[in-house]
Design a protein around this ligand. Structure first.
Ligand SMILES: Cc1cc2nc3c(=O)[nH]c(=O)nc-3n(C[C@H](O)[C@H](O)[C@H](O)COP(=O)(O)OP(=O)(O)OC[C@H]3O[C@@H](n4cnc5c(N)ncnc54)[C@H](O)[C@@H]3O)c2cc1C
Length: 449
């Protein structure tokens, strides 16, 4: 399979050194690699939030016989290794750009979908009685420069007009009063939506619910070939044939350029990296002035995201560089750690316990996509949440399941912004070079504007 980065980034026999793998309860479901040829109503390719949510809805609500194939262990991709921010988002477009593209009414529908996506995750966890270490009432955006205060005010006004809520803009003193301080935090905006969780615990709860609903889960079962024959989909998994009436492709940033061919040049995976410190003592938290349980991000275009975990460790994430591989990983970790030391100087002596990275997925339109694969009748995909797929990926999985089940009105239920088309990147062979150029430009803007 053709992919954009070095092969080791897709080697599903190797697991990331993630805090979630060290702390999430084991998967409470029977599952094993595919060992025999099978036939099913729907084959789902990919075992992250999108694939698991789609499989769950197809089996539970639409009563389909579903097989889910995941190249690695369940949630091996981004879903098992992200920051656990279950929050608004999904597109990299600003509010005005969205309204220009699809009009005011559709912009509101996209906003509604973002909120619905958060509620979708919360309702699922409540229903199955899994807490997943949830914390943080809403999210903070922190101005990394005094000049960003006006952007926070504009965002607050937008939140009020779209959601009818008052989002509080906080000055330094107000931030300090809630246990948030650092040399680069000049003001903040509290967005009263979303929460943080242990993403792998959530993904495993979804997988357990899938199994309970009758989905047959096949970890360590990469789909290596996909052809059409007589209107049916013929997949090859672990060397064995799988015949399916329909397929949901849920590979997101871990997908290939040629399965199917139509996908070539239509996604841009980008690395994001996370480090987690050892547990901080109460005295260390007080010394830095950060005692808040609120999840936060800064106002940079190349943003950092961070939060105090319920066990006292600190999670800090950001851009993960442009290359996969050991040496590149070392460099990207050093860069991230340098950012952490600068933003949290009171913790410069605190050791990093774990550091890992994974792929987020971008599209040329900078918006998520849910829809049909034109060269594969009876196949659909949902992808490109632009680093915000905990909520949006889960919700999109349910929407793509409705499409695959042929539910009337399923397409209309998807906001226009997310209905595509999923265009090819211009000069798609130069995607990584374009990303490099964008990083340089954004870095300059973050520093000087
Ligand atoms: C470091 C990092 C931090 C992030 N932080 C956040 C955050 O805090 N909040 C947030 O909302 N989002 C965050 N994201 C983004 C979020 O994790 C993703 O948007 C979301 O997990 C996407 O889910 P998915 O199921 O579509 O894709 P993935 O979880 O990537 O799953 C795709 C799966 O498909 C499998 N696959 C691919 N090809 C095949 C094949 N041929 N056969 C079988 N299986 C295959 C892969 O192994 C992979 O497991 C982050 C991402 C990263 C990498």
């Amino acid at each position: 399979m053709r992919r954009l980065y070095a092969a080791e980034a897709y080697d599903a026999t190797r697991s990331p050194d993630s805090h979630w793998l060290a702390t999430a309860p084991p998967l409470a479901a029977e599952c094993r690699p595919l060992e025999d040829p099978v036939r099913c109503d729907v084959a789902v390719i990919g075992g992250g939030f999108t694939g698991l949510s789609a499989a769950h809805r197809l089996a539970q609500t639409h009563r389909r016989a579903v097989r889910l194939f995941e190249a690695g262990p369940i949630a091996w991709g981004a879903s098992g290794r992200n920051g656990g921010f279950c929050c608004l988002g999904g597109s990299k477009l600003g509010h005005e750009a969205i309204a220009r593209r699809v009009g005011g009414e559709e912009a509101r529908r996209f906003a509604d979908a973002q909120r619905a996506a958060i509620d979708h995750v919360a309702a699922f966890l409540d229903r199955v009685g899994v807490d997943a270490d949830r914390h943080s009432r809403g999210e903070l955006v922190l101005a990394h420069k005094p000049s960003r205060l006006s952007a926070l005010r504009a965002e607050a006004a937008h939140l009020e007009s779209q959601f009818g809520v008052e989002a509080e803009v906080m000055d330094r003193a107000a931030l300090e009063a809630v246990g948030v301080s650092g040399p680069e935090f000049h003001a903040g905006l509290h967005i009263p939506f979303g929460f943080a969780l242990n993403p792998l615990t959530y993904a495993r709860a979804l997988a357990a619910a899938c199994a309970q609903a009758g989905v047959v889960l096949h970890p360590h079962s990469p789909v290596t070939d996909w052809r059409m024959d007589g209107g049916r989909h013929r997949l090859r998994v672990n060397g064995l044939p799988v015949v399916a009436d329909r397929v949901v492709l849920a590979a997101n940033g871990y997908g290939s350029e040629d399965m199917p061919e139509w996908m070539a040049g239509r996604t841009l995976p980008a690395l994001s990296r996370i480090l987690v410190t050892r547990p901080l003592t109460a005295a260390e938290r007080a010394a830095q002035g950060w005692t808040s349980a609120l999840m936060a991000q800064d106002s940079r275009r190349l943003l950092h995201y961070f939060r105090l975990l319920p066990d006292g460790r600190f999670l800090f994430g950001g851009r993960g560089g442009l290359a996969a591989g050991e040496a590149a990983a070392g460099r990207s970790h050093s860069r991230l750690r340098a950012d952490f030391d600068r933003m949290f100087p009171g913790w410069a002596h605190v050791e990093t316990e774990r550091s890992w990275s994974g792929f987020v997925c971008l599209s040329a339109s900078l918006a998520p996509f849910i829809g049909a694969l034109p060269d594969r009748p009876g196949a659909w995909t949902a992808l490109a949440y632009h680093g915000n797929g905990v909520a949006m990926g889960s919700w999109s999985g349910a929407r793509v399941a409705d499409l695959a089940a042929g539910v009337e009105g399923a397409e209309a239920a998807i906001p226009q912004l997310m209905r595509g088309p999923l265009k090819r990147f211009p000069a798609s062979r130069m995607r990584l070079a374009a990303l490099r150029a964008a990083y340089v430009a954004y870095g300059v803007a973050d520093r000087f504007l």
